[in-house]
Design a protein around this ligand. Structure first.
Ligand code: ZN
Length: 351
């Protein structure tokens, strides 16, 4: 899908072709590179300078060179709309593995929220109505214990709404959220539950626009507005299984919280997508999709932009993404370590 050679030719960037990768002079303006030290993998477009350590994802490379989003570039050049490519990308299965059955051990009773005024009041305050309670099988617990897979210790649950998490129809975790406003932590997961999953997993359509938010609360609010193809990562850090799933989405739209953790989440998601990521934020600093007025949310839902465009606007002077270096995808890591070895051999052969 990426066309690195055309990009370099169009931008008059001298390069040497080495089969799976090319070498160019480092693009970091702070690095006066006399010999080409920057390696770019042809398949993923991932770039790394062996001398100063600067790395770029393909999206970053494109806007470093052109000041434009790779999506725009791609659309213009191919002269077709991005949506067309979505239909062509057929996704056969969501995962390559069968999740293990997790046995829920429970002491105490999961009750119906419709029968408790305090719980219902809380649920209403976070936009959870009867339909959502039913669709997501939400219950609550006054006092009790839960754990998965018979782990010795159980997690104490008191005064929490309990949202089950499923994968391929199997119960694999519960999110237990305080409804009194007095408990810490606000959200608890019983011991032994699986967390490297995506909320609403069984109902996601990977071929359609799909919103990715951090918290279930945010996801459910978006869901309530009719955007039902929405998932949550259960926190700002993204696990390997989640990365695998996100990489299969044809039209992912990241909607992180508008804070630093949200920014970090965005860069992690960006690395797991095929340069097809869109992004949007709540306008106000510190807000997540569960905050603010309805119009603010609707506005944010409809005003997503390609992630590269977002970065251009946010960082008019390009920010060197050196700190992202550690977060390589496993395949990139493998390919780069192969190149690392080649590089070392080459250097040895000078002696
Ligand atoms: Zn460099």
């Amino acid at each position: 899908m990426i066309d690195l050679i055309s990009l370099l030719n169009e931008q008059n960037v001298p390069y040497s072709d080495h089969g799976d990768y090319v070498k160019i002079k480092c693009l970091n303006p702070a690095h006066e590179d006399k010999n080409p030290s920057m390696t770019i993998l042809k398949k993923s477009g991932f770039a790394k300078c062996w001398s100063c350590g600067t790395t770029y994802t393909y999206g970053q490379l494109v806007y470093r060179l052109t000041g434009q989003s790779p999506l725009k570039n791609f659309e213009d050049k191919q002269n077709f709309r991005f949506e067309r490519t979505l239909k062509d990308s057929v996704i056969n299965s969501k995962t390559n593995f069968e999740p293990k059955e997790r046995k829920l051990k429970i002491r105490g009773e999961l009750k119906n929220p419709l029968q408790n005024r305090e719980v219902l009041h809380y649920l209403r305050s976070i936009s959870i109505d009867k339909d959502i309670i039913k669709n997501f099988n939400i219950s609550y617990m006054l006092k009790g214990y839960m754990s998965f897979n018979g782990s010795d210790k159980m997690t104490f649950i008191s005064n929490r709404i309990c949202i089950p998490l499923y994968e391929n129809g199997k119960l694999i975790n519960y999110e237990c959220r305080d409804y009194t406003g007095k408990q810490q932590p606000k959200v608890l997961y019983p011991r032994g539950g699986k967390s490297d999953i995506l909320f609403n997993y069984d109902n996601l359509n990977l071929n359609e626009p799909l919103y990715i938010v951090e918290g279930i609360k945010s996801a459910l609010r978006i869901y309530k507005f009719g955007y039902t193809n929405v998932t949550a990562t259960l926190g700002a850090s993204i696990g390997k299984g989640q990365i695998g799933l996100i990489s299969k989405m044809a039209y992912p739209i990241a909607f992180p919280d508008n804070d630093e953790a949200g920014e970090r989440m965005l860069s992690q998601i960006e690395k797991s997508t095929q340069n097809n990521l869109y992004v949007t934020f709540m306008n106000q600093k510190g807000y997540d999709p569960a905050d603010g007025e309805e119009e603010e949310l609707l506005q944010a839902l409809s005003s997503y932009v390609p992630v590269a465009e977002y970065y251009i606007k946010k960082y008019p002077v390009f920010r060197e993404p050196v700190e992202w270096e550690e977060k390589l995808l496993p395949e990139e890591e493998k390919e780069l370590s192969k190149l690392d070895k080649l590089q070392a051999e080459k250097e040895l052969s000078y002696y």
